[in-house]
Design a protein around this ligand. Structure first.
Ligand code: NI
Length: 170
């Protein structure tokens, strides 16, 4: 496994629509493992392929708290197939937008289908933090960031600060 560099916003790779995976092979499995390692090292609770400059529909997440045993999900081609009527607002952050946070409204519960690393179809019902995390990561696959839900004023302020941070890192 290898830790991958995380792409910081703003970057065109974070605004593209990712492509479905057609064949789950060793390359896909290795990428998922590297994404898990990168997520844990950050540390974060979720990571999507575009954040490591990969255009495939892959996400990983693990929302277990410290002291709880790991419960990692590796999802290929995840799709939300059911959403609760009820929504819930919670503060979110993103490894591609470090040190910035904002309130985002998400569906309280969702049902997600995906392929696991062996290519088997899986379905998971998620609520709470896992639900928000999966919605956040699937958004990434369609070029949507949590700051896109904020007011233009707040979004532009964060993007200005991110541009400055990226200039300083060069
Ligand atoms: Ni994110």
């Amino acid at each position: 496994m290898a830790k991958l560099p995380i792409v910081l916003a703003p970057d065109p790779v974070l605004k593209q629509t990712c492509q479905p995976v057609e064949t789950i092979d060793d390359d896909v499995r290795a990428r998922l493992d590297d994404m898990v390692e990168t997520m844990y090292a950050a540390p974060g609770i979720g990571l999507s392929a575009p954040q490591v400059a990969d255009k495939r529909r892959l996400i990983v997440c693990d929302v277990a708290r410290e002291g709880e045993s790991a419960q990692v999900f590796k999802m290929v081609n995840p799709e939300i197939v059911w959403r609760s009527d009820e929504k819930v607002v919670a503060e979110e952050g993103c490894l591609s937008i470090p040190d910035h946070y904002g309130d985002v409204s998400r569906f309280r519960e969702i049902k997600v289908t995906y392929l696991d690393p062996e290519g088997a179809s899986q379905e998971v019902e998620a609520n709470g933090l896992l639900s928000a995390c999966i919605q956040h990561e699937i958004d990434h696959l369609d070029g949507v960031l949590f700051i896109d839900y904020l007011t233009p004023l707040k979004r532009n302020m964060i993007l200005r600060k991110m541009k400055k941070l990226k200039r300083l890192q060069k």
